[in-house]
Design a binder for this molecule. Structure first.
Ligand code: ATP
Length: 358
């Protein structure tokens, strides 16, 4: 277990002149499951490769505990990395793939047998020792890759989009497995993904990145419920972001004059009267008005259902509440509504988050 500190890290790729990592500061606590989350190209993999030692930063420092590892070779760092494509050796059996890292470290045959057996049990691959990678399913190959990383007892586990080659059901299964193993071993883990749902379900804390910078760090609940800016807010789920004019006293008006009482996303922020603002409302927080007791005088809007999508226990409705102003809502499927119906919607004030438009 080790604490990882990234201090003012910067990395520019000479060829592309891209600033992949831009003054990045992060602390990952001992034993923590920490995720770097962000859209493609935001610098997640580069950050992970800097931590592993596959890349050297132009500026900044990397500490493992008190140890400065910024310029150490990858094999001196005590980390292990699992790659998206597994990178298993096709000509080696499962046993040989997993044992390889111990062999090159000159561990005794007896100890190798013991540790490979233990780790294959941990990843639930007992009995598969003699198979070759092409005789395994994608999920099993992923388990071998994980076993190969864990067998060397790294102080830090690095996972780069390890589930992206698996189908949806297997992804969820393996996600739970990785979390179980991480909890059992209590190993500090840094996970890279662009999948917000995966990041929220697996992480103790996460960092949302964009264009080489960290925009927000927090628990999944913190970044979901208290996003610091509109980018972070819109990265999670499929929120409604509607434009409005601030009228003063926490009231904003939509076009056609519908008034919305808002809560501000950030403490201390002030809006001027007449200022254009953006209001974030999550579909699952909108309540069909007829169904629930009225909880406020404010924020009841009427509209027409223009699209309906059945998703199982819930239905997604697109409701036109003004000219070209739409609200997506997610409400239980047993609530009967069809395209063309008029519906009343209540937007709880505490569920609105208002941001400056810029
Ligand atoms: P993805 O999710 O698509 O893997 P990412 O968030 O992991 O993306 P990086 O792979 O770290 O992002 O890339 C960050 C930026 O650096 C991108 O603009 C990318 O094009 C650029 N980049 C990455 N590797 C190199 C390289 N070896 N040479 C030049 N530019 C690179």
């Amino acid at each position: 277990m080790v604490k990882v500190e990234l201090k003012e890290l910067k990395k520019t790729y000479e060829k592309s002149k891209v600033i992949a990592v831009d003054n990045l500061n992060l602390t990952i606590n001992e034993g923590e499951f920490f995720t770097l989350l962000g859209p493609s190209g935001c610098g997640k993999t580069t950050t992970l490769r800097l931590i592993a030692g596959f890349e050297i930063p132009d500026e900044g420092k990397i500490f493992f505990g008190d140890e400065d590892v910024t310029y150490k070779k990858p094999y001196e760092r005590g980390t292990a990395m699992v790659f998206q494509n597994y990178a298993l050796w096709p000509h080696m059996t499962v046993f040989e793939n997993v044992a390889y890292g111990l062999k090159v470290r000159k561990v005794s045959k007896e100890e190798i047998n013991k540790r490979v057996t233990e780790v294959l049990e941990l990843v639930k691959l007992k009995g598969m020792e003699k198979r070759y990678p092409n005789q395994l399913s994608g999920g099993q190959q992923q388990r071998v890759a994980l076993a190969r990383a864990l067998v060397i007892k790294p102080r830090l586990l690095l996972l780069d989009e390890p589930l992206s080659n698996l189908d949806a059901k297997l992804r969820v299964e393996m996600r739970e497995e990785i979390k179980r193993i991480q909890r059992e071993l209590k190993i500090t883990t840094i996970y890279v993904t662009h999948d917000q749902e995966e990041a929220m379900s697996i992480s103790d804390r996460l960092a949302v990145m964009n264009a080489g910078k960290v925009l927000q760090v927090g628990t999944p609940e913190e970044v979901y419920f208290s996003p610091k800016n509109i980018f972070v807010a819109s990265f999670f789920g499929k929120p409604n972001i509607i434009e409005a004019i601030y009228e003063g006293d926490d009231i904003a008006s939509l076009d056609k004059g519908t008034k919305i009482k808002i809560s501000k996303a950030e403490e201390g922020v002030t809006f001027a009267k007449g200022e254009r603002i953006r209001i974030l409302i999550r579909p699952e927080h909108i309540i069909p008005y007829e169904r629930k007791e009225k909880i406020s005088e404010f924020n009841i809007v009427k509209g027409k259902v223009v699209f309906k999508m059945f998703t199982g226990t819930m239905q997604e409705l697109k409701v036109e509440i003004g000219e070209n102003v739409f609200l997506y809502t997610l409400i239980p499927s047993d609530y009967k509504l069809e395209v063309g119906d008029t519906v009343g919607l209540q937007i709880p004030v505490e569920r609105t988050l208002a941001f400056k438009a810029d």
